[in-house]
Design a protein. Structure first.
Length: 214
């Protein structure tokens, strides 16, 4: 049996809404500003963690995740902040900033193959889902094991989905069945024997349907 002290909570946080999320544009590595709704979500996320002991915050290093880390850490005297670009969203290459329809119009058959088999086909100049899943698994393994408080990872939809597939030993091509909304929280407890998924996709504010790409 695992000793209670060997368990460690990890919170996976998806960033708030940006203008490209609102406009349903592919947003991978691009830095885009929060909308008014996104700024409200940012404050709501910070409020959730006000009463939760946080020892380490890891971000993907983009502005939209760094802003969340700053908001969470602002009410604490000391919280270790680490940037690890392995938690970045999938690289959409030349699809960045385009809508779904624009991608289909410009990239035709290749776009169809990428959408049907994302594990094996990349966006033009981007990366495959399998490549993303590999870097996310390595980032997870690199997380500190001894933390005074929980670990918070501020990331994006696809990395969180890929990690859950990895932890659940679920086929990666079914990642889309794991919904991760904007400004949502997913809690995982790490034990020496493995990880326990405590909760997924807890949304801090109820919103209309929004874009999931980024």
């Amino acid at each position: 049996m695992t000793h209670p002290n060997s368990a460690a909570d990890v919170w996976l946080v998806r960033h708030p809404e940006t203008d490209w999320n609102r406009d349903r544009r592919y947003q991978g590595r691009s830095d885009r500003p929060f909308t008014d709704r996104g700024r409200a979500q940012l404050q709501a996320i910070a409020e959730v963690f006000r009463e939760i002991p946080v020892g380490v915050i890891v971000t993907s290093g983009l502005q939209r995740t760094d802003a969340v880390a700053k908001a969470i850490g602002s009410c604490r005297e000391y919280t270790q902040l680490t940037k690890d670009d392995r938690w970045c969203e999938v690289d959409h290459g030349r699809w960045e900033g385009l809508t779904y329809l624009e991608v289909r119009e410009r990239f035709g058959d290749h776009a169809g193959k990428r959408l049907e088999a994302p594990c094996h086909f990349d966006a033009h100049g981007g990366e495959t889902l399998a490549q993303l899943a590999d870097r996310v698994a390595r980032a997870w393994d690199a997380l500190p094991r001894a933390v005074d408080g929980c670990c918070v990872i501020v990331s994006h939809a696809t990395p969180i989905q890929a990690l859950l597939c990895h932890l659940l030993q679920m086929p990666l091509d079914r990642y889309w069945q794991l919904r991760i909304d904007l400004a949502s929280l997913t809690r995982v407890t790490r034990h020496s024997e493995g990880a326990v998924i405590q909760s997924t996709n807890r949304v801090v504010m109820t919103l209309p349907e929004v874009n999931r790409h980024g």
